[in-house]
Design a protein. Structure first.
Length: 470
């Protein structure tokens, strides 16, 4: 009787059924198997010792002995641990004859296994943005079908990047500084040797190269006073930072009677509520604090510029009044109009056009809080961002109680004739009509202050003035 001895190199195993072999003879073949990386181990070949010598493709071995069958299959556990490679993995089956002395005592069958690569994927990258002019930076790439032969390409850039393989689903690649010299988008492509191919470039595989987006410390301020201590519901505020807005300034847009909440790719939330965008430029964005916010400390302000976000925290009080000034600095001459009741004409209050004692002056503020909690006529769902239509000209809401006003050291609260919105303006921009009181100081820099809800502009704006004729 003859005995058979099968030897195999993982992941190929040989199963040999018992049979009589008197002599091993004839040209034994090479058996070739093929397997895709990550696939089920399904490849197998069968060799029959009966018949005439045949090609390596069929794996038939000639022998004078009784028919003998050798079956070679793949070990699934071992195959799953193999990385694709160009050179095949090999195993050897040694067939040994026993009995009387033979011319050929043993022969070998070489088994080759080629593990082919498959197409990789990229499902996410981190970080998703890198700074312009930054140093070479490592990026983590998450996906599938990665192995030691995987490389990274950048769409539109020649050459490849060699990553660090972390696992079959993760790798790290260093983005060279030469790709970070200007604002751009880098679409990463994972590439496996043939027959694997390339991943598809997608938004999930894109890194944005941009100047850092950030809000300055104390960079969330009143659009009128530029104070940063607190804001209030409905207030117009300005956010200062770096690269928080578009390179080309964008003016306010109005959709269906409301200030738009998205402008040139910019959006914002305060305390988790979407805010109307009043103005947006590269380093300055003005918004309205939604009326739906709640008061309290450490309320989040989140500004989104495309794929970049910047964050800050603010104190939200019930009121935080600020007076708009002529030069937009929050100090000096107030942005005010004189009204001459005898001529019904308005003039811009200034040192060359002062108001007279007894005249009405018109002031503009923000930060008065939510004094009109009911939905305005024509508004839908919210008053936030609502533009006052002309149809409301005869029924404009007013503050109750009215603000307290001091002009030139004299209480002018009794002369407050109107405090509310204006047609064509956003609710949250407050107009106050007040009479200059008898006994007021006169001159080109007469101090003025307004108090709403117990909060006075005197605290943050002690140097706001009017021009009053002697």
């Amino acid at each position: 009787m003859a005995s058979k001895n099968a030897k195999a190199v993982s992941p190929v195993c040989a199963a040999m059924e018992a049979a009589s072999v008197g002599e091993v003879s004839g040209p034994l073949a090479m058996m070739t198997l093929s397997q895709s990386a990550g696939g089920s181990a399904t490849s197998s070949r069968t060799m029959d010792t009966s018949g005439s010598p045949a090609s390596a493709a069929t794996g038939v071995v000639a022998s004078a002995a009784s028919p003998e069958t050798l079956t070679v299959s793949l070990d699934p556990a071992a195959v799953s641990a193999l990385a694709p490679q160009t050179a095949p993995y090999t195993a050897k089956i040694t067939v040994v004859a026993s009995g009387p002395p033979l011319t050929v005592k043993s022969q070998n069958i070489t088994v080759s296994l080629t593990v082919n690569s498959v197409a990789p994927t990229i499902t996410s990258v981190f970080p998703t943005s890198l700074p312009v002019g930054g140093a070479a930076s490592w990026v983590t790439v998450i996906g599938s079908n990665y192995y030691s032969g995987t490389t990274i390409k950048v769409q539109g850039i020649s050459g490849t990047l060699t990553p660090k393989l972390l696992s079959a689903t993760a790798l790290q690649v260093q983005i060279p500084a030469t790709l970070l010299t200007a604002p751009t988008s880098l679409q990463l492509i994972a590439s496996n040797p043939p027959p694997g191919g390339d991943s598809m470039p997608t938004a999930q595989s894109t890194i944005t190269v941009a100047n850092p987006t950030a809000i300055f410390p104390n960079g969330v301020v009143s659009a009128a006073s530029y104070a940063s201590d607190a804001v209030s519901p409905g207030e117009l505020i300005t956010i200062f930072g770096t690269n928080i807005g578009p390179n080309v300034p964008g003016p306010m847009a109005v959709n269906n009677g409301y200030v738009a909440t998205s402008l040139s790719g910019i959006s914002a939330t305060v305390d988790g509520k979407t805010a109307p965008i009043i103005y947006a430029s590269q380093n300055q964005v003005s918004i309205q604090v939604p009326y739906e916010v709640s008061t309290g400390a450490n309320k989040n302000v989140v500004l989104t510029n495309g794929t970049q976000t910047a964050n800050a925290q603010v104190q939200i009080n019930a009121t935080a009044p600020g007076i708009f000034t002529a030069n937009g600095s929050g100090t000096g001459q107030a942005a005010a109009l004189n009204y001459d009741s005898s001529t019904a004409l308005y003039t811009l209050n200034s040192s060359s056009a002062p108001a007279n004692v007894g005249d009405i002056v018109v002031l503009y503020l923000t930060g008065e809080g939510n004094y009109n909690t009911s939905l305005l006529p024509g508004a839908v769902v919210t008053n936030t961002g609502f533009i006052i239509p002309s149809s409301m000209a005869s029924s404009l809401p007013q503050m109750n109680p009215l603000p307290s006003v001091t002009i030139g050291g004299v209480d002018a609260s009794g002369g407050v004739l109107y405090a509310g919105p204006m047609v064509g303006g956003i609710l949250g921009l407050l107009q106050i009509n007040v009479t200059v009181p008898t006994g007021s100081a006169t001159g080109s820099s007469v101090p003025i202050s307004v108090s709403i809800g117990g909060i006075s502009t005197q605290t943050d704006q002690p140097n706001v003035t009017l021009s009053i004729h002697p």
